[in-house]
Design a protein around this ligand. Structure first.
Ligand SMILES: Nc1ncnc2c1ncn2[C@@H]1O[C@H](COP(=O)(O)OP(=O)(O)OP(=O)(O)O)[C@@H](O)[C@H]1O
Ligand SMILES: CC(=O)N[C@H]1[C@@H]2OC[C@@H](O2)[C@@H](O)[C@@H]1O[C@H](C)C(=O)O
Length: 398
């Protein structure tokens, strides 16, 4: 037997595994690296976050990725290069993190790599019924396996689509197994570039768990800050706080058909971007707004979308608690507006559930890899409209 396959077989039989989960989101700020100790599988999964680091990207990384990021027309040579380049950069950052943690690659069993989404194209975006739902993550797993010397699982979203999903959000799989409660109906709200939530009804509830994207989280605010202030983000909402939301633009933004679709659904910056904003400013006669007022409007738009979605899911439920993770948790205005819109619900940081909110998504991929190695697809057969499958492709270091 190939020694690497033998190793994989042995890993699947261990009591517990050290798995590195990786996530790189739309904001392109850095690579989230979560070192997780995982035992069991399914409802018996135990996940301990041993170490976590966000390794910052060099500006050159952002420049290369932005050349192909959520654009309909790109240079194929660049895409091909970026696929390998992202894998190589991620592998080197893992090696650096291991050095920082004074660990040897031999102490890590598996790497679970999300890669970098460069295009997400559900049919709700393309309106093309001949082409299937599709999504593209770059950062090839073979490069990661060869450079780190660690068996790598990657490209998790393709199986989800192959089995009938949209390739996202995958959060429900981990959230359902780790955070379902006996009494509380939980909303695990993640505010990344795009906002999404997992609805976790309490254990005896007749309702089903599911995860759905909601709309923009930080992405439009980030894009606007980059374009007009040459900043990666509106740190602590200074700019948005100094402006006033414009009701005409807000009303135009709120007409977006995606917002009216039933849950679950998915989206990305392919829809919510600056060209889209410009178009709606023209439609609403608000092109003369100050940059500060546009930022205030975008922050309100993200908050309103999130509040409306939570109310839509939870209005008839009791014991609802909302746990927030993702970078949006650090935007004080956004969180304030969400709290104002949901005065009757418990709203708190996801940290209360015992896991670092910034590490949540990277941990998810570690858990998904663990399920692929030792779980069973029917561990997750109670998630609405999401196929019960194990995900990820296997790359061997040699
Ligand atoms: N102090 C802060 N003030 C305002 N916004 C912040 C702050 N800290 C983080 N953010 C926002 O959070 C973003 C990073 O969030 P996160 O890491 O969850 O995004 P992501 O991983 O790129 O998202 P996704 O996984 O959805 O693509 C930043 O780009 C910024 O918009
Ligand atoms: C296609 C893609 O990369 N989607 C991401 C993105 O970032 C947030 C939201 O949009 C979510 O749908 C998803 O990531 C998380 C980890 C998920 O799949 O649950």
């Amino acid at each position: 037997m190939n020694a690497q396959i033998e190793k994989l077989y042995a890993l699947a039989q261990k009591q517990e595994r050290m798995i590195i989960g990786l996530m790189s989101g739309t904001s392109l700020d850095g690579l989230d690296i979560a070192l997780c100790k995982i035992s069991g599988s399914g409802n018996n999964t135990r996940l301990e976050l041993v170490d976590f680091e966000t390794m910052d990207y060099e500006p050159q990384f952002r420049t290369y990725v932005r050349e192909v990021f959520s654009k309909r027309t790109i240079d194929l040579q660049t895409l091909s290069g970026v696929n390998a380049y992202v894998g190589i950069v991620h592998a080197k950052l893992i090696n650096q993190a291991l050095q920082q943690w004074q660990m040897d690659a031999s102490q890590v069993d598996i790497i679970a790599s999300h890669g970098q989404t460069v295009y997400h194209a559900p049919q709700s975006l393309t309106h093309d019924t001949h082409l299937p739902n599709s999504t593209l993550q770059v950062g090839d797993g073979d490069h990661i396996a060869v450079i780190t010397g660690i068996i790598t699982l990657s490209d998790f979203r393709q199986k989800h689509i192959a089995a009938g999903g949209e390739g996202a959000p995958l959060a429900a799989y981990g959230d359902f197994l780790l955070f379902t409660d006996k009494i509380e109906n939980r909303i695990l709200l993640n505010i990344g570039g795009i906002s999404n939530f997992t609805f976790l009804p309490h254990k005896d509830s007749p309702y089903e768990a599911y995860a759905t994207d909601l709309g923009p989280g930080n992405t439009m605010m980030n894009q606007y800050m980059k374009e007009h202030f040459d900043e990666e983000m509106d740190r602590d909402a200074h700019v948005a706080r100094s402006g006033k939301p414009d009701q005409k633009l807000l009303a135009e933004l709120s007409k977006e058909p995606f917002l009216l679709l039933d849950f679950p659904k998915t989206t990305g910056p392919e829809l919510f971007n600056l060209q889209y904003l410009q178009h709606l400013q023209e439609l609403s006669g608000t092109t003369a707004l100050s940059h500060e007022d546009v930022m205030a409007t975008l922050c309100h738009f993200s908050a309103d979308t999130i509040v409306a979605a939570i109310l839509k899911q939870c209005t008839d439920l009791q014991h609802v608690a909302v746990y927030i993770s993702g970078g949006g948790l650090h935007n004080p205005l956004l969180v304030e507006l969400i709290k104002d819109g949901l005065p009757d619900y418990k709203i708190t940081s996801f940290e209360e559930l015992g896991l670092n909110p910034d590490a949540k998504e990277a941990c998810l991929f570690a858990l998904l890899a663990n399920e692929t190695l030792v779980g069973k697809p029917d561990h997750v057969n109670q998630i609405k409209d999401s196929p019960a499958v194990c995900m990820g492709k296997i790359s061997l270091p040699a």
